[in-house]
Design a protein. Structure first.
Length: 149
């Protein structure tokens, strides 16, 4: 399953990407984000691996992020592995003008390893897209407040 979400942010590209690329900000716009732990390599650089921890429902979800491309401020891509699924995410940032940036997130779920995720994606095909768009919208709100302080 593939989909794209996007949002326009009323900030210059350099401010937008600086806020987006700071792991300390993740908890400010991603619901349930608990922490970030570097596993190998220099965090954020191609080939580096990090653990991302989220609170989901009554439990916790751990993702292994492998950075596949870092060409910021224009693009950042990664492979995200969970025990039940694997997906890729390519984030592209485009300056629409001096004070407006578009963030496009291209997501592809490449492997669903368990029955529950397969059923969820089949029964509720828009669920992952809706969650991704929610996070983009929450980032926009956070960034526009933070970037104008």
């Amino acid at each position: 399953m593939k989909f794209t979400c996007s949002v326009d942010i009323a900030l210059p590209i350099d401010k937008t990407v600086a806020l987006w690329d700071n792991p300390d900000n993740l908890k400010k716009w991603q619901d349930g984000f608990l922490g970030f732990e570097s596993i190998s390599g220099t965090p954020g650089q191609e080939g580096s691996k990090s653990k991302l921890l989220y609170k989901m429902g009554g439990g916790k979800m751990e993702l292994l992020e492998t950075v596949t491309k870092n060409n910021l401020p224009h693009e950042f891509s990664g492979l995200y592995e969970h025990k039940h699924m694997t997906n890729t995410m390519s984030n592209k940032f485009t300056a629409l003008d001096a004070n407006k940036t578009r963030w496009e997130a291209d997501i592809e779920y490449i492997e669903l390893k368990a029955l529950v995720p397969r059923l969820m994606f089949k029964l509720f095909p828009g669920m992952a897209r809706k969650q991704t768009q929610k996070w983009l919208d929450q980032f926009k709100e956070f960034a526009e407040k933070e970037g104008n302080l």
